[in-house]
Write a protein that binds this ligand. Sequence first.
Ligand code: GLC
Ligand code: CA
Length: 559
Amino acid sequence: MEQKWWHGKTAYQIYPKSFCDSNGDGIGDLRGIISKLDYLQELGVELVWLSPIFKSPFVDQGYDISDYQDIDPVFGTMADFDELLAQAKARGIDIILDLVINHCSDKHEWFQKACADPNCEEAKYFYIAKGKNGQVPDNLRSYFGGSVWEPLPGHESEDLYYLHYFAKAQPDLNWYYEPLREKLFAMINFWLDKGVAGFRVDAIMNIAKDLTFPGLPADGPDGMCAANQMTAKLSDQAATFLYEMNDKTFKPHDAISVAEAFGVNAASLANYIGDNGFFSTIFDFSARELNEKYPAYYRYRPVSIAKWRDTIFASQERVNDIGFMCPIFENHDEPRGVSYYLPRHAQNPDGAKAFAAVLLMLRGMPFIYQGQEIGMTNTHFNSIYEFDDVNAKDNYKTALEAGLTEQQALDILNIESRDNARTPMLWSDEKNAGFSTAAITWLKVHQDYKTVNVAAQRHDPKSVFSFYKALIALKKNPEYKELLTYGKFVGLKPNAEYVVPYARELNGKNLYVVANFEDRAIEYELPTQGKILLASNDAIKLEGTKVTLPAVSAVVVAD
Ligand code: GLC
Ligand code: CA
C-alpha cells in the first residue's frame, strides 16, 4: 500500500457553533477555536475537521451554504480563518473543511437567480422539473421527511418543482451540468491553495440522480420511498464524477478526502479507498447503517455493543488489503456513543475509557468528536422547544403522525436526536461550562457540566481525557507506530456477549486490545504472551497469556 502523509494520525471533529465562544454571543467561533489549540495539541490530535464555517442561513446548521468562499460572520472573518490555519500548523495540526456539494442553500445567489428566471444559466445548476399528472415528478422521500420536491418559489402556478434530498432550504446541485462541476472544483482548489489539508466530503453519494425521475416502489404508508434507495442504485454514476473531482482537485494537492459515503458495497470499496481510489478514506458507518435503513427514528432498534463489535470487526477485516476506513463512534449527526452503544452499567467514565481503547487501536484514522474525550453522554431535553435540529423536529412530527404520544416522541428524541451531541463543549464547572459568557447559549448546556468537564480531567491521570491522551500517544510511539498504522486487523473470539477482543499484527509482532463491558470480571486468554502497555483500571492483571479484567475495563497488550 502506498504510504501517505496522513497515515497513522488521530483526527478530531470540531462543531464550531458549540466549541468555544470568544465574544459572548452564545455561539462558538473561530477565535474560540484558536484559543483552544493548545488543548488540542496536548490531547495529541494532528488533524482537525471543522464542520461548516461558511456563510449560511443555518437552517441545517451550516450544511446549507449560501457562499462557499466566505466565512459566516457568526464565526468570524477570513483573517481569523487564516490565523487559525497558521496557528494550528505551528502546533502540528492540519485543518480539513467540510465539503457540502450535493446541495447549497436556497439563499445562495445561484438559487435566487434560478427562481427569478428558471431559464437562466444558474437554473441549470439545479434540478428543476415539471410535475407529472398533477403530482410532483417522483415519489422519493427526503432525508428530513416529506417529498424531495418543492414548488419553485415564484413559479408555483407553472407546475415547476425543484429537488432537495435534505431540507427544503437545501436545493440539490446538478452534477450532470459540467459548468457547475467546474465551479465546484475551482472552489475546492481555492481552499486547498490556501493551505487546508483536505476535506470531509458531505453526503456525497447523493450527487447521482436519474434524470427521468422515475421514482421507486413505496417503502412506507406515505406512498414514498427513501431517497437513499435511489442513491444506492446509482452509485456507479457518482463514481464517474468522483474520479473527475479527485483528478482535478485533491490529487494534485496531495490532499486528504474523507467521505461520508453510506452504503458502499464490498465489491467497489477499492474504487473508493484503494491506492487509485477517488477518496483517501471513508468513515466506517457500518454500525450506524444498522439504523439508517429505517425512514424514521421511531422505528430504530437499539444497537448493542455486541452488534457494534461484530459489525465493526467485519468491516475492518473487509478492508485489510484494500485501504483504510475511519473508525468513528460519534459525530454531529449521532447521539453520544457512550449513551447509544454501551449497556447502562457502562454509561460512565469507565465505559468511556474502555470504548476509547477499542476505537483508537482499530485500523484506519479514528475521528474523535468534541467532548467524546471527556466522556460526554447524551444531553437531556425536557421539551421539543429545547431542540434546534431540523431533523429532530421532522422526526418528532413523523412520530406524532404515526400515533406516538408527545412524551413517547420526546423520549425517542432524547435517545436518537442529533442535538444530543451538538450542545456546547464542557470546559469547566463555571457558567455555561466555560463555553460562553452569554446569558443564554444557542443550544442548552449539558446537565452534567459541574462534574464532567475539561478542567476537572486535564490534570487527573485517571480521567477519560488522560486515557485518550495516552492512547493517542501510543499511536505515535516509534515502537508501535508502524504496527498501529499498517498492522492487519484480526478479530479475536469473544468469550462473553459484551467482550470486545482484537489483535493488530505486523511482521509477526502483535498488539491486543481486550475490552470488557460486562458488569462482572472476566478472564481472557490471549493468543501469545505479552506485556501491558495501557490499562484503564488498576485491577487489570496479566499472568502469562491470561488477562483478568474487572467489570467495564480495557487493556492494551503487546507481545
Ligand atoms: C450530512 C451532514 C449532516 C447534514 C447532511 C446534509 O449527513 O453530516 O449534518 O444534515 O449531510 O448536508
Ligand atoms: Ca461567538
